[in-house]
Unconditional design. Structure first.
Length: 574
């Protein structure tokens, strides 16, 4: 848990190791997945307790033995169990002004800021030992599980008279379980929460950085109460268990404001709940922050400044298309323009923009909304998604008659958007004259900066890469665009990955960024579209005109240490 550079200084300053011994350990670490801390404690060079006492002196922080402390439950539960376990951090005491925290990782500034805002107290950090943290975590386990067990026993005692769902949803253990699940999801920056019943238990999974992972298992007896609590929060029917239900609720505190979009469906073992977390305000990113390469960024900026035409963003579900559109809208949002959006659903609220949500049950579809918008004197229109011929026709005609239209399309790459429009029976002359730029994108996980390491590709990996794509073409592109020299090749290049640490939950990744390909519809491209050229011809011309593909953009970002090669291959080969 101690930063390796700091650990080396601690060991040298306290004469636990000399330079020669340290060098030997550094060599061992390079050849194996272990850490210096694990190595010296396994070999009993120093005990963990003494090591963390020395670390406390090094960081000029107090050291605390939690074994000697009696911790009040109300203080302990200021940090939810899952958060305490994941971040190895315990709240053990407090005054009217201060909250005393014991931790193994003093670099977790984000968590400490969150706790300070949540409790309105000054955070006083203390260093403790891994053993003390683990022992204290058992108190949580006893506390929450004991209350959940009692709840289960109460239910069994009812002997055929189940407690009313409304009362069950208001029981303190259930309220605390739900609050903990929601709060931890916000803290971990999860995008979705899955609550999945099975025959004997209830699994809870979070989607963090696009990957689902299990975070908790609850007793089956809590399932009805948890679902009922979420139904009450979302204003859904408590007694409806046979039909799917959709709802929404918000959590608003001083430090965050998050909307939860909830979907409940009946399954064989009970109702499954999935919640999407949506920050109530749109993320105020700039176009530069999205992660476009220099050439792609110029293309995007040039084309969004055009007064009319169409900007398309393509990619599968969950690839960040909506964020890109909102970011472009944010750049275009000025008092002198009228912007209207039609979405399904509205994910973020944006000031100064007229946002409408489709209601297919009453006939308010994308197409119907678009027709209405054209009578509202718009300058810029955003259509959440082009799904059918009718919406495509109205969008194209709006782009042709002096409006700037932004929309998304489900295609795997930028070039395929053109044949998709042709399949929707849109005349080629309209496609050629209205589409300004097509952006294809994916989201890749960023390498965790706390545990990043470099490595070179071995022969087996290079052979595997050659089977998947043309390495010679890739090398030529990288040389032509100044990303590598003629003397270099893939074999000699360094790539990066995360070893796994507490800050990234041992995944090696933290956060996500986009990889992009941007296709500008130039005069030559328009000519090809007009004569109904094949997808391969369109792609060949786009590459000749300098289009960077998703794989090339991902490869450059992997070479620069922003993501890993494995991650780029994962999202581009799907």
């Amino acid at each position: 848990m101690i930063n390796q550079k700091d650990l080396e200084d601690i060991l040298l300053q306290n004469k636990i190791l000399d330079q020669k011994q340290l060098k030997k350990y550094q060599e061992t670490i390079r050849k194996s997945p272990t850490t210096l801390e694990d190595l010296i404690t396994e070999e009993k060079i120093i005990s963990p307790a003494l090591l963390y006492e020395m670390a406390a002196k090094f960081y000029k922080l107090p050291f605390i033995h939690l074994k000697d402390k009696t911790i009040r439950k109300d203080i302990l539960f200021l940090i939810p169990e899952i958060t305490a376990r994941s971040h190895q951090t315990i709240a053990f005491d407090k005054t009217n002004e201060d909250l005393m925290i014991a931790t193994l990782d003093i670099s977790n500034i984000e968590l400490f800021d969150f706790l300070a805002k949540k409790t309105q107290l000054n955070i006083k950090l203390h260093i403790t030992t891994p053993e003390d943290i683990n022992d204290t975590l058992k108190i949580y386990h006893k506390g929450l599980n004991a209350e959940i067990k009692e709840l289960g026993e109460e239910e069994k005692d009812k002997t055929g008279k189940p407690q009313e769902l409304k009362n069950l949803a208001q029981d303190l253990p259930i309220v605390r379980v739900v609050d903990t699940l929601l709060e931890y999801a916000i803290l971990e920056k999860a995008s979705d929460i899955h609550i999945e019943p099975s025959e004997k238990e209830v699994g809870v999974r979070y989607r963090v950085d696009g990957i689902l992972r299990k975070v908790m298992t609850l007793p089956k007896s809590t399932h009805a109460g948890v679902v009922a609590r979420l139904k009450i929060l979302s204003n859904l029917k408590l007694d409806e268990h046979r039909l799917p239900q959709d709802g929404r609720f918000k959590i608003k505190t001083k430090e965050f404001k998050v909307a939860f979009r909830i979907s409940i469906i009946p399954t064989f073992d009970g109702e499954k709940v999935v919640m999407r977390l949506l920050p109530d305000e749109a993320q105020q990113l700039t176009i530069e922050q999205l992660g476009f390469g220099a050439e792609s960024l110029k293309l995007v900026q040039r084309n969004i400044e055009k007064p009319h035409g169409m900007i398309l963003v393509t990619g599968p579900t969950g690839s960040g298309k909506t964020t890109t559109l909102y970011t472009i809208l944010g750049a275009l949002n000025k008092p002198e323009v009228n912007i209207s959006t039609i979405e399904d659903p509205i994910e973020y609220k944006m000031k100064g923009i007229n946002q409408s949500q489709i209601q297919p049950k009453i006939g308010f579809t994308f197409a119907a909304g678009l027709r209405a918008f054209l009578r509202q004197d718009p300058d810029i229109i955003m259509v959440g998604e082009i799904r059918d011929t009718e919406t495509a026709e109205i969008s194209i005609n709006a782009a042709m008659t002096g409006h700037l239209v932004l929309s998304t399309l489900h295609t795997n790459d930028a070039v395929t958007a053109i044949p998709r429009f042709i399949d929707m029976k849109i005349p080629t002359f309209l496609i050629a004259s209205t589409i300004n730029i097509i952006i294809a994108q994916r989201l890749v996980r960023k390498v965790c900066k706390n545990c990043i390491e470099s490595y070179s590709l071995d022969k087996a990996t290079i052979a595997q890469l050659q089977q998947q794509f043309n390495l010679e073409k890739l090398e030529k592109y990288l040389i032509d665009h100044g990303h590598m020299t003629k003397k270099q090749n893939i074999n000699s290049m360094l790539f990066y990955r995360g070893k796994g640490c507490n800050q990234c939950d041992n995944s090696g990744y933290k956060g996500r960024l986009g990889i992009y390909e941007t296709l500008e519809v130039t005069e030559k491209m328009s000519e090809l579209i007009l004569r109904n050229a094949s997808r391969d011809e369109l792609e060949k011309l786009a590459i000749e005109e300098g289009m960077m593909t998703l794989l090339q953009d991902g490869f450059i970002k992997a070479k620069n240490g922003l993501t890993s090669l494995e991650e780029v291959l994962r999202v581009t080969q799907e």
